[in-house]
Design a protein around this ligand. Structure first.
Ligand code: GAL
Length: 336
């Protein structure tokens, strides 16, 4: 083999073996070199593999339909496109600007089905436009990355439901976090087959959306964003010993003036490794006029003893085996 191809080959092998960097706010190419389309997303882990589902807002999508895509990864940094897992037509006969947002997928070990929840919204014919329907949509599939089939839409226990979040507790119990505009946010336990809501665990009378929960060292931590649409705001957190509450006072996760560094919460992902446990704040940096180009802010949180702090976004690396995270040397640090 000539020297040059060999160097390229070694570089490629090396790039694969090396832990990859996560770069908040930058384009995040998948294995095809395309920016990942998994906005307002959620991640689940099956075996060693992580699956990331989210809104596919590709520029060339059919504007009549709405799409969810799925990607897989072994290290949470390099993602392989799997499938556009849901293609939804306007099943509820809503006005043109209807929305499918914040899809979250749960695996039900009893039924062996994958159950996707999403926020389905829009206005019915004759209504003034906007997010009026306020329902969840449910779609199911026999495989993680197959073609999900729409099942139904409804308001959980009759309550308005907009932004959705997903939480799976350490004991495997599955919960849905839902923004109920007149009242606050709710935590629902899913039914045994996950196709319905079993009961309302808690109503927190705080107007927050983009809700995310993690169970860390015996405490539940909730993060949510305030109701400012696509515009960023200071995201807030609270803690509780039980999901049913009482929840502590809400505090900012980052300096108020940064507006959460321009991002909005979507999920808290716990990575438990052989050495430590890290919690990743997954958030979206929306570009409402160019949604396909919306970016992701994934950062390891400083978390513990009832506190959360989101460090300023910077490139970092994660070792999913040990659970350790490492910030990369910036020029500023190097100069010290
Ligand atoms: C945000 C919400 C997004 C989307 C947007 C529409 O607050 O988190 O998912 O619904 O409003 O304005």
């Amino acid at each position: 083999m000539k020297i040059l191809p060999l160097i390229f080959l070694l570089a490629a092998v090396n790039a694969f073996a090396e832990p990859q960097k996560i770069r908040p706010g930058e384009l995040w190419p998948d294995n095809r070199g395309l920016h990942i389309q998994a906005h307002g997303g959620g991640v689940i882990k099956l075996g060693n593999t992580y699956y990331w589902f989210g809104e596919d807002r590709s520029h060339d999508n059919n504007p009549e339909k709405r799409f969810v895509s799925c990607y897989s990864s072994l290290d949470l940094a390099r993602w392989q496109f799997r499938n556009q897992v849901l293609t939804l037509t306007n099943v509820e006969n809503l006005q043109r600007d209807w929305a499918l947002e914040r899809p979250k997928v749960f695996y039900n070990a009893k039924t062996k089905k994958f159950v996707m929840y999403f926020h389905l919204d829009g206005a019915l014919p004759g209504e003034q436009g906007g997010y009026k329907l306020a329902r969840v949509g449910v779609a199911t599939c026999d495989t993680v990355d197959g073609n999900y089939q729409f099942q139904k839409s409804f308001r959980p226990l009759g309550h308005e439901s907009r932004d959705l979040g997903q939480f799976i507790d350490d004991d495997g119990t599955a919960y849905l976090i839902s923004e109920d505009r007149p009242n606050g946010f709710r935590i629902f336990k899913l039914s045994e087959d996950y196709l319905d809501i079993e009961r309302d665990i808690c109503l927190v009378p705080q107007h927050l959306e983009g809700g995310a929960i993690v169970h860390y060292n015996g405490l539940y931590y909730f993060i949510g964003s305030q109701l400012t649409g696509w515009d960023p705001n200071p995201n807030k957190f609270a803690t509780a010993k039980s999901l049913a509450g009482p929840w502590s006072e809400f505090k900012d996760i980052a300096p108020e003036s940064t507006n959460t560094f321009g991002a909005q919460s979507t999920m808290l992902l716990k990575v438990s490794g052989a050495k430590t446990t890290s919690v990743i704040f997954m958030a979206d940096i929306w570009k409402p006029r160019a949604q396909w180009d919306s970016r992701y802010l994934w950062m390891p949180l400083e978390i513990g003893d009832g506190k959360i702090h989101l460090p300023p976004p910077q490139p970092w690396m994660l070792d999913v085996d040990t659970g350790e995270t490492k910030f990369l040397k910036t020029q500023k640090n190097e100069a010290k």
